[in-house]
Design a binder for this molecule. Structure first.
Ligand SMILES: [Mg+2]
Length: 314
């Protein structure tokens, strides 16, 4: 599959690493895919870490990366601010130090409090965000400041399972103010477009672990996508993927980049088969072929209004 595309837009959390830990087979697969012509860009909705820090982390995990190879939602958020505000405008940062640095380097003044001159609130993930910080942002937003969110991911993956993400904190402010943010990260187009430009991709493949950001962003951007099961989404969630958020390809992990991706014909894929029978999805065979067959049949059934109650054999 890697040979069929010129650039891989890799999501990070849940694809290349899980918190500080590398995901098995990721580094070797990225390197092998590169040999086949898939130029990597590392694209993250996380706005808390600067590209240089992310690149150093990837390099440490055996994935050699330069800061210019990393595209963050903080950079996409600054792009949105530049489109809408004059240079030097005052921006209230609700997020980590890395986001504040990115905003300052983008030519804006930054603050942490709701001063009268605040023109925008930019919000990114920060484990230090609490009531006091949300209150400052709330005052500025109610006074008319532009609201830009790095992303609206409700959770992010961790070794302890999904934890509250930036979207959970955005939801708190949305509830408090009744307002809606402009979103810079996936699935909105700003981050995807920045990534495509960065690697000059003609035929990009989006690689991610989430349906509602990575895959939906790819669909909206007109790109093919690979969903790997090493992060947030599990098999039941994948089988229930709504139309418009379904990946082109599925794989257990990034080794799928190095394999052929045969089509599913009449519920059959290689030696695996899947069939829908009165609410039950019956799957024979194992591995990637069985997963592909199961997805194709489950999605077709859902589109015909036939719900999936039970899966037998996957
Ligand atoms: Mg992810």
């Amino acid at each position: 599959m890697a040979a069929a595309y010129d650039a891989g837009l890799y999501d990070l959390d849940g694809v290349l690493y899980l918190g500080p830990e590398p995901i098995p087979h990721a580094a070797a697969s990225v390197a092998a895919a590169r040999e086949l012509g898939l130029r990597p860009a590392y694209v993250t909705n996380n706005a808390s870490r600067r590209p240089a820090v992310v690149a150093a982390h990837l390099t440490e995990l055996g994935i050699p990366a330069e800061p210019a190879d990393v595209v963050t939602s903080a950079q996409a958020a600054v792009r949105v601010l530049r489109e809408r505000l004059p240079p030097g405008a005052l921006v209230l940062v609700l997020g980590a130090a890395g986001l504040e640095e990115e905003v300052a380097e983008g030519g804006f003044q930054t603050t942490r409090t709701a001063e009268a001159e605040v023109a925008a609130v930019v919000q990114g993930y920060d484990p230090g965000t609490g009531w006091a910080q949300l209150a400052e942002a709330s005052v500025a937003l109610r006074a008319g400041a532009l609201w830009v969110a790095g992303n609206t991911d409700s959770t992010f993956p961790s070794p302890r399972g999904p934890l509250p993400g930036n979207g959970a904190m955005v939801a708190a402010l949305r509830t408090a103010t009744g307002l809606e943010p402009v979103v810079a990260g996936k699935p909105e187009p700003a981050l995807h477009l920045e990534s495509v430009q960065r690697v000059r991709a003609q035929r990009p493949l989006v690689i991610g672990d989430r349906l509602d950001t990575d895959v939906l962003g790819a669909v909206r951007g007109g790109a093919d996508s690979l969903l790997v099961l090493t992060g947030v989404v599990d098999v039941p969630q994948l089988l229930a993927a709504p139309r418009g958020s379904r990946p082109t390809y599925v794989a257990a992990d990034l080794r799928g980049l190095l394999a052929a991706q045969p089509a599913v014909v009449d519920g059959g894929c290689g030696t695996a088969t899947a069939a829908y029978d009165n609410g039950v999805l019956r799957v024979t065979g194992q591995g990637a072929d069985a997963l592909r067959a199961a997805c194709a049949v489950a999605w077709a059934a859902a589109d015909e209004g036939r719900p999936l109650v039970e899966v037998d054999g996957l």
